[in-house]
Design a binder for this molecule. Structure first.
Ligand code: S3P
Length: 169
C-alpha cells in the first residue's frame, strides 16, 4: 500500500491536506482535477458547461484508472469520485483511501466565494444539502474517516500519517 488517496465532499480540505502531506512525506501530490484540466486543455467548469457532467465523469474514471497504478503518491480526488464505486476499488488496491468529512456549515463557509465548482452554481446551501443527501452513504462506506471540523490541517495531516505508517511499517 503506497499511495494516500484523499476523498471527500467539496470543501472538506483535500487540496490543503494534500499539500501538507506532500510536504511532510516528500511524496509528490497529484491533483486529479488539475490533471484532467491539463489533459483536456480547459477548465472543469468549461467541461461541465460544454460537454456535460457525464462526460466529466468519464474523464474522471479514465484518470482514476490511470492513477491507481501509480506508487508512492499523494492523490487528491474530486468530490464526485465516490459516484463510481470502481474508482475507490481501484485506488484501494495500492493505497490508503482517506475520507475527509466536514459539517454542511463548514463546507458552506469554505466554498462560499468559490466560482469554479459547477455543481454549486446557484443556491450553494441547497446544492450542498442535496448532494450530501445523495452521496452520504457512499462517503460513509469508506473505512478510514477523518472529521476535519475539530482539527487544524496540521493535526489532520498527523492523524493520516499515523494511520498510514501503522499500515505500512
Ligand atoms: C465535484 C467536485 C470538484 C470537481 C467537480 C465535481 C463533485 O472537485 O471534481 O467540480 O462532483 O463533487 P473538489 O471536490 O475538489 O471541489
Amino acid at each position: 500500500m503506497s499511495n494516500i488517496i484523499l476523498v471527500g465532499f467539496m470543501g472538506t480540505g483535500k487540496t490543503t491536506v494534500g499539500k501538507m502531506l506532500e510536504n511532510a512525506t516528500g511524496l509528490p501530490l497529484i491533483d486529479m482535477d488539475q490533471l484532467i484540466e491539463q489533459e483536456a486543455g480547459t477548465s472543469i467548469s468549461e467541461i461541465f458547461a460544454n460537454e456535460g457532467e457525464a462526460h466529466f465523469r468519464r474523464l474522471e474514471r479514465a484518470m482514476a484508472q490511470k492513477l491507481a497504478t501509480r506508487s508512492n503518491h499523494i492523490i487528491s480526488t474530486g468530490g464526485g469520485i465516490v459516484l463510481n464505486p470502481d474508482n475507490l476499488t481501484d485506488f484501494a488496491r495500492n493505497g490508503l483511501v482517506v475520507c475527509l468529512t466536514a459539517s454542511p456549515d463548514t463546507i458552506l463557509n469554505r466554498v462560499r466565494n468559490d466560482k469554479n465548482r459547477p455543481l454549486l452554481a446557484g443556491d450553494k446551501e441547497q446544492q450542498i444539502y442535496d448532494l450530501l443527501q445523495q452521496r452520504q452513504p457512499l462517503y460513509d462506506a469508506i473505512p478510514f474517516q477523518v472529521a476535519t471540523d475539530p482539527y487544524t490541517p496540521e493535526q489532520i495531516t498527523e492523524i493520516i500519517l499515523k494511520h498510514f505508517r501503522s499500515h505500512t511499517d
